[in-house]
Design a protein around this ligand. Structure first.
Ligand code: 6R9
Length: 663
């Protein structure tokens, strides 16, 4: 790729740098800047240092074996993940809170480490009694309840491989994922609460199972209770509580090889069937342990909340494994951010819980932050959020404007923000500031984590000088990297390792500035080529959000005969500035103003050809904007794969606005 006249993310915000405060620095887990140099000098020794802080049955004899593109870490070592997340903490702080949970209707539960250990052992015994053991796959289709974490940890205790399927996914998605890994057992719940309604999880599992021949039994957790009866199929279905009642809480952990599979997690590509990302035991645990410790600066006094669902990698690495391996107290919430515990729509559920539980660390996604911006700052302002001391962001590039809003209205201008770039495939955070050490810049994920060697290259794989937009790559293997795609090593090699020889290709665009900060520019597929200029969706969207009326924006490149592509912007307006849908003049005026705004800020070449005001944007269930669907709409095509789309009605609405007939 080449450099272009439009301003780069770095240029916009170059004025704004937020150095760590003295107070934070003084207490931070990240030691000093030396850590970067030490890790760079000998990455393997650096990772071994963290691995040594874990408990191993047998020590490893070799840190890394690298046969590109296949890595093995901590060869010859054996360990158990549940032992490291639970047993290891009992002697010193068995009575510390491990999980603090609140259901959407306001019911609560707390598990200490000792209690969580007992439950996990009991459920591991349940699994063993059902004939599940080392190497068997277990499909977990559960809501955000503590038992989801218990089920995952119980699998690790007996060496079973879990495959968690997000509880919002459909029958087909559940079937496809369950069949691909040939799960022998499925674990689900009768249902869960979402915006005051019951999501009938068991019904979806029932619909899926006749087409899942490998599944022998279904374990059902009673989340809703007797008022919401479900049918149990004799011979196949068993209640969680009945099975648990028959077991003891003593369970010998399986000794797992460092490279034994830990879990499979499916991630959808834009085309083709979902990819079963395989993570293994020792390297993954080391990666999530180290990153959680340094990035979230966890202390015994913290109550840490990562808002991700356990159905996503963020839920695996930063709700369950990373924090528990660190002996942290984790907060978990079942429901929606816009539903009160009194059962009414609201706009402050998160802030209400942060105040009530005195949550100290919040890790969430830009999509949530932008929704809160749309709702207005009066909602967080009505709560005491002074318990917060660190904020995190993950899932998409965070626009500088959203970053600053988060900083001011949630962090009280006092909390460092860690913008963490990583993927299901990378297992753990890869690019992030270390709080207390690294100055942050709104919109930049800053620096590779110590031991990670990232670079920005051109189409030929040649390293680019600073301030050039290009393609992000990782140059060296790291412990928590995916090992392969389940059952399809050929696709693994093709997707991640064939673009550039010997370099890991994550599929994201990036720019590195003069100071060495990385600016993520969105998926390579989303970058537009307007009249020969590379324009990132990230840059244009972030500019639109700087306009006072705009809460969220998605920009796509629509095919154009002469220019190649031309930008089209889909914009969500803040509630207080939204024109009435019938006021065509006001809508037209705002559209024209936004075109002018972008063209003035970024140059005429970036002027959107069209601006469409919309109430919502098509997003994946984990909150990422699905720009390819917007491209399909703009170009009048039949839409590609929509199985991961959160709300199909959104697309229909936009299509209508755009003036396309439904296909
Ligand atoms: C953890 C997770 C991975 C893709 C990734 C990138 C985007 C995630 C980001 C970010 C910019 C960040 N992404 N974090 N982009 N800044 N801080 O989200 O995993 O669901 O596999 O998605 O998400 O495009 O390639 P996953």
């Amino acid at each position: 790729m080449t450099t272009e006249p439009p301003k780069t993310g770095a240029e916009w915000q170059a004025e704004q740098s937020f150095p760590p405060s003295e107070a934070f620095r003084a207490q931070a887990n990240a030691p000093d800047h030396d850590i970067y140099a030490r890790a760079a000098a000998n990455p393997e020794a650096f990772w071994e240092g963290f691995a040594r802080e874990l408990e191993w049955f047998t020590p490893w004899t070799q840190a890394l074996e690298w046969n590109p593109p296949h890595a093995k870490w901590f060869l010859g070592g054996s360990l158990n993940v549940s032992v490291n997340c639970l047993d290891r903490h009992l002697a010193v702080h068995g009575d510390r809170r491990a999980i603090v949970w609140e259901g959407e209707p306001g019911d609560t539960r707390v598990y200490t480490y000792r209690q969580l250990h007992a439950e996990v052992c009991r459920f591991a015994n349940v699994l063993r009694r059902m004939g599940i053991g080392r190497g068997d796959c277990v499909s977990i289709y559960m809501p955000m309840v503590p038992e989801a974490a218990i089920a995952m940890l119980a699998c690790t205790r007996i060496g079973a491989i879990h495959s968690v399927v997000f509880g919002g996914f459909s029958t087909e998605a559940l079937q496809e994922r369950t069949n691909d890994c040939r799960a022998r057992l499925m674990i689900t719940a009768d249902g869960y609460w979402r915006r005051g309604s019951v999501v009938p999880l068991k019904q979806v599992a029932d619909a899926a199972l006749p087409q899942c021949p490998s599944v022998e039994k279904l374990v059902v957790l009673q989340r809703l209770g007797e008022k919401h009866p479900v049918e149990m199929l004799a011979g196949r279905d068993c209640w969680w509580h009945d099975l648990m009642a028959a077991e003891t809480d003593v369970c010998a952990p399986e000794h797992m090889d460092s490279e034994d599979p830990l879990y499979i997690l499916y991630t959808s590509g834009s085309t083709g069937k979902p990819k079963g990302i395989l993570h293994t035991t020792g390297g993954y645990l080391t990666g999530v342990y180290a990153t959680t410790r340094l990035v979230f600066d966890l202390k015994p006094s913290d109550l840490y909340w990562c808002t991700a669902d356990i159905g996503w990698v963020t839920g695996h690495s930063y709700v369950v494994y990373g924090p528990l391996a660190n002996g942290a107290s984790v907060f978990m919430y079942e429901g929606s951010p816009d539903w009160s515990k009194e059962g009414k729509p609201c706009r402050d559920r998160f802030w209400d819980m942060i105040e009530r539980y005195k949550i100290t660390i919040l890790y969430t996604a830009p999509t949530l932050i932008r929704a809160c911006m749309k709702w207005g700052e009066e909602h967080p302002a009505a709560h005491n959020l002074t318990s917060l001391r660190l904020l995190g962001s993950v899932g998409e590039p965070i626009n500088p404007e959203a970053w600053l809003w988060y900083h001011r209205h949630i962090g009280g201008e006092r909390c460092p923000i860690v913008d963490t770039w990583w993927q299901t495939e990378t297992g753990a955070i890869m690019i992030t500031p270390l709080p207390g050490l690294v100055s942050t810049r709104p919109g930049s994920a800053t620096r590779p984590f110590p031991g990670i060697v990232a670079d920005v290259v051109d189409e030929n794989g040649k390293s680019l000088p600073p301030d050039h937009k290009g393609i992000l790559v990782i140059r060296k293997p790291w412990p928590s990297m995916l090992r392969t795609l389940w059952g399809d090593d050929h696709r693994y090699q093709q997707v991640y390792w064939s673009k550039f020889q010997g370099l890991y290709f994550p599929g994201d665009g990036a720019l590195r500035d003069q100071e060495g900060n990385f600016w993520l520019l969105g998926r390579v597929d989303d970058i537009m080529l307007v009249a020969g200029h590379n324009i990132s969706t990230m840059e244009m969207e972030s500019t639109l959000i700087e306009h006072p009326a705009v809460a969220e924006a998605a920009v796509i490149g629509k095919s154009h005969e002469i220019k190649g592509q031309t930008p089209v912007a889909f914009v969500i307006v803040k509630e207080q500035s939204a024109p009435l849908p019938s006021d065509h003049d006001a809508i037209h005026k705002l559209g024209a103003e936004l075109k002018e705004f972008v063209s003035h800020r970024l140059g005429a070449i970036c002027r959107p050809e069209e601006v469409i005001l919309t109430a919502d944007l098509p997003k994946t269930r984990s909150g990422k904007i699905m720009r390819r669907l917007l491209r399909d709409i703009a170009e009048g095509r039949v839409m590609g794969d929509t199985t991961t789309l959160a709300d199909p009605a959104v697309v229909a609405g936009i299509r209508e606005k755009y003036g396309n007939e439904e296909d």
